[in-house]
Design a protein around this ligand. Structure first.
Ligand code: ZN
Length: 774
C-alpha cells in the first residue's frame, strides 16, 4: 500500500495466491478497483454489493488487484482517528470491514498468511500484526515491510500509521509494547504489566505458547469499541488502556479485565477461530470467562467473580429475559446482522454457561477439554460443537447433550420451589420479563443445599420431586453457578435459615427484582426483602441494591427517594474509612447515588468542586454530580471539561452535565456532544446517561428524534446505534409508549432493528411498573 497521510487516501496492490473452481469472488467495499490481472493477463470483473466477481474461470495461481481508496472519518474499516490538530490512520476490521482496506476473501474461515508492505512519510511509524522486517528509505518517504503473519483470518489484520510513542518490555524473548500518541506512553505502564502477567497465565493455562514474536497494545484516540484483539496488535480506546493519576480503582479493574480479555483472544479466536459468525459466542464467551479466571488468579483480593456476576451474568439475564432475544448460536448472514449479535448473549450469557458447565464437570476436566480443543485446531477454524466434543471426551460426562439446549434455545428457565410434606417440588418454565408464561425445558445441573448438605441433581424434566427429610434450611443454585432464576413459594424463610454467601445473597435480591419487573412479586414484598439488607456489608449485594434503587429512582422517584436516601446514607457511613479496593468502588457508587436523592448531601459536597482537581479520583464523579444538581452551573462544568486532558475525567464531567434539573442545560450538553470537542465514541454513553435523568426525559427524547440521522452517520457499520436504542428507548418512552412506537414505525433503521424491538419490549415493562408505582 502507498498511504498519503496528508490527503488521506491510498493506493494498493494485493496479490492473492489462490485456487478457484469457478470465477473468483472477492469482497471489496468502498474501494476503486483499477485493474485485475491473472498471471500478468488482464481479466474483466464486475462489482455487486460488496462482492467483486472476477472472470477467471477455474484457476490456480496469483490474482493481482490494483486499487485505490480514501481514509474516511468513520469508526470502521481503515479510518482517521483525530487528536489535537493531527491524526493517526488506524483500522478496525471485525466483523466484515477488512474489505475496506484490501480486496480479499473476507471470511473468518478463509485463513491465509499475509505479507504487508506500506509506503509512508519518513517521519511516521507503522504498526501491523508482525514485527517490521525492513525499512527502505525512498527520499522523503520509506517502504516499511512486515514479517509474514501465520495463517490467520482477515478480520484480525491491523495497520496503524502515525507518530506513535512506544514503551517496550521483554517477556522471555517476546516484546510487549505499548503504543500511544506522543506524550501518553507512560500511562500505559499498568496495562503493560497486566499484559505480561496475562500472557504468562494463558500460556500455562492453555499449555500453548503465545504464537507471535511481539504484542502491541495500541491506544487509539477514537475507537468505537472498548478494544479489539487484532493478532499481535491489540487496539484500545485510550480510557481502556491508559491509567493516570485521576483513574479510579474501578477503572484499573476494568482496564485489567479488558487487557485480559483481548489477550485471551490471542488463543481463543486468533489461533483457533470460529468457522462462521454464528459461533461468535465461542470467541467472546471464552475471552470473557478467561479474563475473570485470570483476574481471580493474579488479583485475588479483587474478588473478580463477583464483578462477573454483577456485569456479565446479570446483564445477560436481563437481556435474555426479553422475547426479542436470540439463541447463543444464531444464524447470521449480512454484515448488519453480524454486528448486532456482539451483545450480552454472545458475551455474558455464553460466559455464564461456561461457568455453569465448569462447575458441572470440574475445573480440571474443563481445562483439559480446552487444551485438547485448542491444540487440535491450531491455525485453523472450529465450531462450538467441536468444543463440546472435546469437553465430552475429557470429562466423561455428556456435556454436549446438556449444552445444546442452552446454546440453541433462546431464553432461560425460572425455577419455582415448593416444600410439601417431606418433598421438595421443583418446576421449570421460561422466564420472560414481560411476565408472560411460556413453557421451556432445559437440562439443569442443579446445585442444592438441604439442611446444610450439598446435593447435585441433573434436572431433566419440567417438574421434579425430591424426597427429603424435614427441611429446616434450603438453598437452590449454590454460588449462582446456574443460569436461571429461583422463586421460593411459601418457603422463603428456609432460605434465610441457610448459610448464604455474598453471591447467594446477591442472587436472592437479583431474582426478586426480576420478579418485581415481571409482576411475579409486588412492590410491598420487594421492599420487605430490601429491608433485610439494611445492615449488609458485602460488596456484591450492596452494589446490586444500589443499582436497583438507582433504576427505581429513574422510573418512580417519589416512591423510592426516602428509602434510597436512608440506605445510601447508612452505607456511606459504614464505608467511611474502608480502604480495600471493593470498599472504595462501593463508596464511589453510593456517593453518586446519594447526590441524586439527598439534596442535603449534594449541598454538602458541592463546595468541593472549587478544588475539583484535588478531589480523590473515587469522589470526583459524586462531586461533579453534586455540583450540577445544586448549582446548575453549566458554564463552570464546561470550563472544567475543557481544562481536563483525561478521557476518564471528561466522561465524569459530561455525565454530570446530563444530571441537571433544568432540561435546557441537558439539551445543551447533548448538542455539545456532537461538536469536535467530544470524541465520537463517547456520544452514545452521554446519551444513555441523559436518558436516565427523569427531569430531562422529554428533552432527551426530542433531542434523539431531531439528531437521529447524525447518530446514524456517526456509528455506521458498527452496531452501536442498535445498542443505543436498546439502552435509551425503555427510559425515554415512559409515559408515551404509543408515540415512541409510532416514531419507530415511521422511520426505518435497517442496522438497528434488534435494538429497537428489544428496546420497545423493555419499555412496555418499565412503563407498566412506572404506572403501578405512580
Ligand atoms: Zn472479545
Amino acid at each position: 500500500m502507498d498511504v498519503d497521510f496528508q490527503q488521506l487516501k491510498f493506493t494498493g496492490t494485493v496479490r492473492i495466491q489462490m485456487r478457484s473452481e469457478q470465477d473468483a469472488v472477492l469482497n471489496s467495499a468502498g474501494l476503486e478497483i483499477q485493474r485485475i490481472a491473472l498471471k500478468d493477463k488482464l481479466v474483466s470483473f464486475r462489482q455487486g454489493g460488496e462482492e467483486l466477481i472476477v472472470q477467471t474461470g477455474p484457476f490456480e495461481g496469483i490474482l493481482e488487484v490494483k486499487y485505490a481508496g480514501i481514509v474516511p472519518d468513520s469508526l470502521a474499516g481503515i479510518y482517521r482517528a483525530p487528536y489535537d490538530h493531527t491524526q493517526i490512520v488506524t483500522t478496525h476490521f471485525e466483523a466484515a470491514q477488512a474489505r475496506r482496506m484490501l480486496p480479499c476473501i473476507d471470511h473468518p474461515d478463509a485463513k491465509a498468511e499475509f505479507k504487508i508492505a506500506v509506503m509512508i512519510d519518513r517521519e511516521l511509524t507503522a504498526i501491523s500484526n508482525m514485527p517490521i522486517e525492513s525499512v527502505i528509505p525512498n527520499g522523503e518517504r520509506k517502504l516499511v515491510t512486515f514479517q509474514t503473519t501465520p495463517r490467520m483470518s482477515t478480520y484480525l489484520l491491523y495497520l496503524g500509521i502515525g507518530k506513535f510513542e512506544e514503551l517496550t518490555e521483554k517477556l522471555g524473548k517476546k516484546d510487549v509494547i505499548v503504543a500511544t500518541i506522543p506524550g501518553k506512553v507512560k500511562l500505559g505502564k499498568f496495562s503493560q504489566d497486566e499484559a505480561k502477567k496475562a500472557i504468562s497465565f494463558f500460556e500455562s493455562y492453555y499449555a500453548i505458547p503465545y504464537a507471535l514474536p511481539k504484542i502491541h497494545l495500541i491506544a487509539v484516540p477514537e475507537f468505537a469499541m472498548g478494544a479489539m484483539e487484532n493478532w499481535g496488535a491489540i487496539t484500545f480506546r485510550e480510557s481502556a488502556l491508559l491509567i493516570d493519576a485521576n483513574s479510579t480503582i474501578k477503572t484499573r479493574k476494568r482496564v485489567a479485565e479488558i487487557v485480559g480479555h483481548e489477550l485471551a483472544h490471542q488463543w481463543f479466536g486468533n489461533l483457533v477461530t470460529m468457522k462462521w459468525w454464528d459461533d461468535i459466542w465461542l470467541n467472546e464467551s471464552f475471552a470473557t470467562f478467561m479474563a475473570f479466571k485470570l483476574l481471580n488468579s493474579i488479583h485475588k483480593d479483587w474478588r473478580s467473580w463477583e464483578d462477573f456476576m454483577r456485569n456479565d451474568t446479570a446483564g445477560a439475564l436481563g437481556r435474555d429475559g426479553l422475547k426479542k432475544t436470540h439463541p447463543i448460536q444464531v444464524p447470521v448472514k449480512s454484515p448488519d446482522e453480524i454486528e448486532q449479535i456482539f451483545d450480552e448473549i454472545s458475551y455474558g450469557k455464553g460466559a455464564s454457561i461456561l461457568r455453569m458447565i465448569e462447575a458441572y464437570v470440574g475445573e480440571d476436566a474443563f481445562q483439559a477439554g480446552v487444551r485438547e480443543f485448542l491444540s487440535s485446531h491450531t491455525y485453523s477454524n472450529a465450531t462450538g460443537n467441536e468444543f463440546w466434543n472435546s469437553l465430552d471426551a475429557c470429562s466423561h460426562k455428556e456435556v454436549k447433550k446438556i449444552m445444546s439446549a442452552w446454546i440453541q434455545q433462546p431464553g432461560y428457565p425460572m425455577l419455582t420451589v415448593k416444600v410439601t410434606g417431606g418433598k421438595l417440588i421443583l418446576r421449570q418454565e421460561r422466564f420472560l420479563i414481560s411476565g408472560a408464561t411460556e413453557t421451556g425445558l432445559w437440562p439443569i445441573p442443579l446445585t442444592l443445599e438441604i439442611n446444610g448438605h450439598p446435593q447435585n441433581v441433573l434436572m431433566n424434566a419440567s417438574e421434579q420431586a425430591l424426597e427429603t427429610e424435614l427441611i429446616t434450611s434450603l438453598k437452590v443454585n449454590v454460588d449462582r453457578t446456574g443460569f436461571y432464576l429461583t422463586q421460593y413459594l411459601g418457603c422463603e424463610d428456609l432460605v434465610w435459615n441457610s448459610d448464604l454467601s455474598a453471591i447467594d445473597r446477591w442472587g436472592v435480591v437479583f431474582d426478586a427484582f426480576a420478579f418485581l419487573l415481571s409482576g411475579k412479586t409486588n412492590f410491598t414484598d420487594y421492599m420487605k426483602l430490601l429491608k433485610r439488607f439494611t445492615t449488609e456489608v458485602e460488596y456484591l449485594p450492596i452494589h446490586e441494591i444500589s443499582d436497583q434503587l438507582s433504576f427505581l429512582y429513574t422510573i418512580a422517584r417519589p416512591r423510592i427517594s426516602e428509602f434510597s436516601s436512608a440506605f445510601h446514607r447508612s452505607q456511606l457511613g459504614m464505608l467511611r474509612g474502608k480502604s480495600d479496593e471493593n470498599g472504595m468502588i462501593l463508596r464511589e457508587a453510593v456517593a453518586c447515588r446519594l447526590t441524586l436523592v439527598d439534596d442535603g448531601y449534594s449541598h454538602e459536597l458541592e463546595s468541593k468542586f472549587r478544588e475539583y482537581t484535588q478531589v480523590t479520583p473515587e469522589m470526583k464523579q459524586a462531586v461533579a454530580l453534586a455540583y450540577a444538581r445544586s448549582t446548575e452551573n453549566y458554564d463552570n462544568l464546561l470550563a472544567t471539561y475543557r481544562k481536563s486532558d483525561s478521557d476518564e475525567d471528561r466522561i465524569r464531567l459530561l455525565t454530570a452535565m446530563t444530571a441537571f434539573r433544568n432540561p435546557p442545560f441537558v439539551n445543551r450538553t447533548l448538542d455539545f456532544t456532537l461538536t469536535k470537542e467530544v470524541k465520537r465514541q463517547d456520544v452514545r454513553l452521554i446519551l444513555a446517561t441523559a436518558a436516565g435523568n427523569p427531569d430531562a426525559r422529554d428533552t432527551t427524547w426530542r433531542w434523539l428524534q431531531q439528531n437521529i440521522e447524525k447518530l446514524q452517520a456517526l456509528y455506521k457499520g458498527t452496531g452501536i446505534l442498535s445498542g443505543t436504542f436498546l439502552s435509551t428507548i425503555p427510559f425515554l418512552g415512559i409515559g408515551r409508549v404509543e408515540e415512541v412506537r409510532t416514531f419507530f414505525k415511521q422511520h426505518e433503521f435497517h442496522d438497528s432493528e434488534v435494538g429497537i424491538s428489544a428496546g420497545l419490549e423493555k419499555l412496555f415493562v418499565y412503563d407498566r411498573l412506572a404506572k403501578a408505582l405512580a
